[in-house]
Design a protein around this ligand. Structure first.
Ligand code: HEM
Length: 528
């Protein structure tokens, strides 16, 4: 939800019903105010007034980083309203410095925007900052935060992260899913072939392909209601920008009710839960009947659960929370990387030509491409890296929460402070990158800078204890799909459009998708 709407939602005391295309004027706001709202609004002001006057502001007694001036009640929300948060934070950092303190509603927030201070977050203070802030999303959709992505740091979380890293998403396990990728990328290529000569908007099909790969890896061939799952995950992504009103004012639980967020998240949760229940019950009876195990992630988790060897036993709900992570973390991120990479190549025809030449020379004469063939592609990997630099799917990563008072750059970071690293700002910092805003895959040629979490100017997967465990899973699908798109097809922009006409604007929401989906015309590569 755009922040300006979120702000109006807060002011309105209910979901924003103002046409997003209209200018936001006082009169348009006034129209939707009713008596209930007036009562609530004034009660709120009196309550806030009381709180602000009674509680000493703990922030004042600490040596907090500088930041923009704050308004009563909303703090700094208005300074990021209406803009994409990673751009707004980057812009503010130019004025207030690479470490800023902002008060976002009731949440004391530190924003780090430079690679050398990101190192302090990810390395020096990695443990002190290893937790995640509580959120309505985690409470409702992630079974009380019992997942790995938004769950709080502790023994249970450590155990779960180890299971996910070692048992579910290891390089060996990812390799074992190659047949699913072969099938799904194959169906995607068939679709493109059937659309040859006509403009296609690839986003929907790419998202479906990636979601099917995640689904089959999770539940094998009996993945129920894939399309519903895609819709639910999509809806979740749209709802959650990470800056919604109920999480900015956690002391006012009623805001989650009157904003409608609680009921929307509950509906999504119930639908997901029903789908998982059906899949789990069927699998349990099959395991009892056959006694043999399958190779998918559900079977791995059931076997671990039933082995009794865990320090902290896990429940079915914990397993469901992990699958919500797999679908939300594994689908949009990879799908949008494919779309951005194609967009950048359409915008930079010299890059497209070079990548296509490499793919076609490497696979020359092959009717079918298998994953092993990917190891010989060098330039395509650089294209993907550069795409992740300019378009990190989670430009602000996931927020961390301070568990133990620590310091960054000599400033105090009190317990419970939310800490955000602006990975996007780090990746376009001109002190670290030459011609930082241009798309130049060659910059990574013979460079040791990688996304594995040790080069803090390039952290699209995060770094430290909370780093993404799905890198291999994600990259393998991205590379396999792109390689085939370049091998089998030539791509053109719809007639009348030239590369400079491509709209590179980003959508708002938790992930940085393109606002206008890419439309391109494929034609079959005549030399195959
Ligand atoms: C291009 C693909 C992907 C990108 C760019 C990406 C990016 C990220 C980022 C930025 C984080 C937060 C890291 C932090 O807070 O420091 C994250 C966490 C996570 N990702 Fe990914 N991801 C991708 C693919 C995947 C896939 C395919 C999966 C699983 C199938 C996955 C599962 C997770 C999980 C479970 C976490 C939570 C880790 C934690 O909190 O400890 N991701 N990812």
């Amino acid at each position: 939800m755009p922040l300006n709407h979120m702000f109006l939602e807060f002011i309105n005391g209910g979901p924003c019903i103002i046409n997003p295309l209209l200018p936001l004027s006082i009169s348009s706001v006034t129209m939707v105010i009713d008596f209930t709202f007036i009562f609530l609004f004034f009660s709120l002001i009196i309550y806030f007034f009381f709180i602000f006057n009674k509680k000493p502001n703990r922030s004042n007694s600490r040596n907090l980083p500088p930041g923009p001036p704050k308004l009563p009640i909303i703090g700094n929300i208005h300074q990021i309203a209406g803009a994409l948060p990673h751009h707004a934070f980057r812009h503010l950092a130019k004025k207030y410095g690479p470490i800023m303190h902002m008060q976002l509603g009731q949440i004391s927030t530190i924003i780090v925007s430079s690679p050398h201070l990101a190192k302090d977050v990810f390395k020096t203070n990695d443990l002190a900052l290893a937790s995640r802030p509580t959120s309505l999303l985690a409470d409702i959709v992630l079974y009380g935060g019992s997942d790995v992505a938004l769950g709080p740091y502790g023994d249970y979380w450590r155990q779960l992260k180890k299971i996910i890293t070692v048992e579910l998403l290891s390089a060996k396990k990812v390799r074992s899913f190659s047949s699913f990728r072969q099938q799904e990328v194959g169906s995607f290529v068939e679709f493109i072939r059937s659309a040859s000569g006509k403009p296609v908007t690839i986003r929907e099909k790419v998202t479906k392909m990636i979601n099917n790969i995640v689904c089959k890896s999770s539940f094998g061939d009996n993945c129920k209601q894939q399309d519903v799952l895609i819709e639910l995950v999509d809806e979740l992504g749209r709802l959650v920008s990470g800056f919604y009103v109920a999480d900015l004012f956690p002391e006012f639980g009623f805001l989650s009710v009157i904003s409608g967020m609680k009921s929307k998240l509950t509906t999504i949760h119930k639908s997901l839960d029903r789908i998982f229940d059906e899949i789990f019950e069927e699998r349990k009876s099959r395991r009892l009947r056959n006694g043999e195990s399958e190779d998918d992630l559900l079977d791995v988790l059931f076997t671990i659960k039933e082995s009794g060897g865990l320090q902290i036993p896990i429940t079915d709900n914990n397993i469901k929370a992990v699958f919500v992570n797999m679908f939300t973390g594994g689908t949009d991120t990879s799908a949008m990387t494919i779309e951005w990479a194609m967009t950048e190549m359409m915008k930079n025809p010299n890059v497209m030509e070079k990548a296509q030449k490499e793919v076609r020379e490497t696979f020359k004469g092959k009717k079918t491409i298998v994953e092993d063939d990917l190891k010989d592609l060098v330039y395509l990997k650089l294209v993907i890296k550069e795409t992740l630099r300019l378009h990190p799917p989670l430009p602000l990563l996931l927020p961390r929460e301070c568990m133990e008072q620590c310091q960054i750059d000599g400033y105090d970071i009190p317990i419970k402070t939310k800490v955000i690293v602006n990975a996007y700002a780090c990746a376009v910092n001109p002190e670290y990158w030459e011609d930082a805003e241009s798309f130049k895959p060659e910059r990574f040629d013979k460079s040791s800078v990688d996304f594995m979490g040790t080069n803090f100017e390039f952290v699209p997967f995060g770094s430290g204890r909370r780093m993404c465990p799905g890198i291999t899973f994600g990259l393998t699908s991205i590379e396999f799909a792109l390689a085939q798109m370049l091998y089998y097809f030539d791509w053109k922009l719809p007639s009348g459009l030239s590369p400079k006409d491509i709209d590179m604007t980003e959508n708002d929401g938790a992930t940085a998708t393109q606002k206008v989906p890419l439309s391109v015309t494929p034609t079959l590569n005549s030399s195959i």
